[in-house]
Design a protein around this ligand. Structure first.
Ligand SMILES: *Cc1c(COP(=O)(O)O)cnc(C)c1O
Length: 406
């Protein structure tokens, strides 16, 4: 059997659909972000990154870098084991306490990534709670979808952010049956924000748990960076809050927070927690420093808001269509996979601007986009250069414009 031929056939299909993924090979330079070196076909070139999830530049914040250096020198590299077998270190326990405090919950549990935290938690809850049904927003992240699938419990999809559909489905379920409403605060591709209060009201009315993915909210929203639920004073109404240490906090790892019993339950039964080596202590120390820093500093959040508003205003002046939403994510709509990829390629090669094209299956066909994430480290000149480049490309590709708001 020629196995490689089997692999290549499917890869060719992907290429034919325009969905083959090509990675930019970047070298981030501490202190220079959002500028990074790109190792491209034409050699090495400095580029300005406009699509990073290091939303606040915490990946180069001296407080975080110093905490990681200190822990690395103090503890060495790896944790040395799973959490159960010699891998639980003092730094892990301190970080879990910090996370519980961030979300004002009794307890927290670390995972090696946000993906793993969703996958492991939802699969454990769905499989261990007898007769459980999980009601999942139609736009939930792959990590939640896979976790629910793995649990093999009943799954009900509800229309994205649609309270009528959610209520209709809740109403049809036995009141005493265990139910989990799984959703996100900020949806990363559209930048929509969930009606968290309304979802909590329905959960109360129909006897359901709430499972909230705050991956794109933590660090960014709320007076202490506790996420959208903190901003809206709703953290105490959410059963389980899940987050990442890899996006706004600038490090890596995932976590959940909730009641002592809930967290102990997942700690005790989740395969994806139990059978894998704990994060290195230096990662835990850096993450804790980042969370603690953002609990006390508003500068980054305020500056980010201002940058996002400025980028939106400039796009409106040029008539470049972008999806209106109440978050920090600015999806510039191209609506064609080939043009989307082409513009992204040209931004990189001709202007030194890096924005990854977002095509199907990440977003529906016909809604292909450039997802940009303005951050406090983008300067006025960075914005000027982005706008000049987009203006050129919009003309060259003869793309539609919105009516100028200026
Ligand atoms: C990125 C992402 C995750 C996974 O988090 P990682 O820490 O990157 O594994 C989970 N949920 C959502 C909505 C995400 O966008």
């Amino acid at each position: 059997m020629k196995y490689d031929a089997l692999f290549d056939a499917q890869l060719d299909e992907l290429r034919a659909e325009g969905n083959y993924r090509v990675f930019a090979e970047l070298e981030r330079e501490r202190g220079s972000f959002p500028v990074a070196r790109n190792y491209g076909e034409k050699g090495v070139q400095d580029v300005t990154v406009w699509c990073s999830n290091d939303y606040l530049g915490m990946g180069q914040n001296p407080v975080v870098v110093d905490a990681m250096h200190e822990a690395l020198d103090r503890c060495g590299t790896g944790a040395g084991g799973t959490r159960n077998i010699s891998g639980t270190t003092h730094d892990h326990i301190l970080l879990e306490a910090e996370l519980a405090d961030l979300h004002q919950k009794e307890a927290a549990l670390l995972f090696t990534s946000g993906y793993v935290s969703n996958w492991a938690s939802l699969s454990t809850l769905g499989s261990r709670l007898k007769d459980c049904v999980i009601l999942s927003d139609a736009k939930n992240h792959a990590s939640m979808i896979e976790g629910i699938r793995h649990s093999r419990c009943e799954k009900r999809l509800w229309q994205h952010n649609d309270m009528e559909d959610l209520e209709r489905q809740l109403k049809s379920l036995d009141y005493d049956r265990p139910k989990i409403i799984a959703f996100e605060s900020v949806y990363s591709m559209d930048g929509h924000i969930a009606p968290i209060k309304e979802i909590c009201d329905l959960a109360d009315k129909y006897n359901a748990m709430t499972y909230l993915d705050e991956v794109h909210g933590v660090g960014l929203y709320g007076p202490r960076g506790g996420g959208v639920a903190e901003r809206e004073g709703l953290m105490d109404r959410i059963t389980l809050i899940e987050g990442t240490l890899g996006k706004a906090f600038g490090v890596v790892g995932g976590y959940i927070t909730g009641s002592r019993s809930l967290i102990d339950f997942i700690r005790s039964f989740a395969s994806g927690f139990i059978f894998t080596t704990a994060l290195p202590p230096a990662i835990a120390a850096g993450s804790r420093a980042s969370i603690e820093y953002l609990k006390n500093s508003e500068i980054e959040r305020l500056r980010q808001k201002e940058r996002v508003a400025t980028v939106r205003k400039r796009l409106d002046q040029l008539g470049i269509p972008h999806m209106d939403n109440p978050s920090h994510i600015v999806p510039i709509m191209v609506g064609n996979p080939v043009k989307c990829k082409q513009i992204s390629d040209r931004l990189l090669s001709d202007y030194g601007i890096y924005v990854q094209p977002i095509n199907y299956p990440t977003v529906p066909k016909g809604t292909e986009r450039l997802r940009i994430t303005p951050s406090p480290v983008h300067s006025d000149e960075d914005i000027d250069r982005l706008m000049d480049a987009l203006e050129d490309q919009w003309s060259q590709c003869a793309l539609a414009r919105t009516v100028s708001a200026a």
